[in-house]
Ligand binder design. Sequence first.
Ligand code: T4K
Length: 389
Amino acid sequence: MWRRWCAGRPNPSRCALSTEPKLTVTRPDLPPLADLMPALEALWESRQLTNNGPFHQQLERALCEFLDVPELALFCNGTIALLAALRALDLEEGEVITTPFSFVATTHALRWAGLRPVFADIDPVTLNLDPERVAALITPRTRALLPVHVYGRPCDTAALDALAARHGLKVLYDAAHAFGVRAPGLLRAGELSVLSLHATKVFHTFEGGAVICRDAAMKRRLQQIRNFGFVDELTVDSVGINGKLNELQAAIGLLQLPRYEANNQQRAAVDAAYRAGLAGLPGLTLPPSTDPLSHNHSYFPVRVQAGFVCSRDTLYERLKQQGILTRRYFHPLISRFPMYAELPSAQPDHLPVATQAAQEVLCLPLYAGMGVADTARVIDAIRALARTG
Ligand code: T4K
């Protein structure tokens, strides 16, 4: 029945104007389907489908070991994980200093928690929160910092954590992009770090998220918040939520995890090919290269600047016509969305670095399994446009 249903559907992987298949900014890795069968059989046998089942517990242990972190609580997605983390830190009112250069979920989580976002500008190279700009915005109303490791590039955690300690603030890192980044202590910085395990991420459970914490007491608190606030069968002591990851997703995660290193090497090879193939084009700035250990090659954000033959948006459109679907992460800035645009800290003259970055960035296709020919197709298309305009 499923095969018949799928046969009648248009093939979305073909490009309307080109005979070449579409290249998307990312494509999720999947284990061989046959490898999922034993897990499905176990689920059908046990009927334990969700609520902290055996696959879930196994994945939490495996991720702690893999990421070298003390404790980790899985969630149904990164957004709910952010909300639960804010609740676990007892952040329910006041201001939180954050970055406008992120996916909108970062700031939405603050609003859902009843907190007031205050946007600080970013560093022009890393595109992460600039600690000096953060320091200038701290007031008696400030309760916490919410920095993001954008594109998996580590924030200046030493400076941000020290700043927070001086002012008695909490730090919650949005590490949605930072799975597998080996910068020492990165995922142990601040009070908590939140991962996204969404299908577009380098390690995924279709949808999923996680909160990394320091000790068992905080993990218990997160587990309770994740399960409606239940402490035991009869006791609810906080306004929790249903944030649970189910057993099928946990099984997917257990199959994905052993594939991470090989996938990362494949992404690193695409990254290296882009650097070699796109070097020296006037006005096209490549992302800063970092120590391979502190990189998960999740994104390849180039900057289209003055001196390039066309604007970033024109390059985006031209590539799209050829079936190369880049993304302008993160344009528009979160601070430009209507629910935030009136905040004093959202004004573009307060955020010049982020405003410029949002006008220039273009994330090129990058994923495990992206072949040499596909990478060459992107490079050739950009070089041809750079020649002819
Ligand atoms: N904080 C940060 C910093 C984040 O970046 C995110 C999410 C979050 C928090 C929240 O975490 P989650 O609640 O999502 O776990 C995507 C993702 O939906 C989102 O997870 C991600 N960040 C954001 C940066 O990107 P879109 O709207 O760009 O996704 P979409 O559907 O256009 O996918 C991009 C491309 O990926 C498609 O052109 C094709 C490919 N794709 C996508 C999906 C979903 C596939 O091939 N298969 C798929 O199943 O937001």
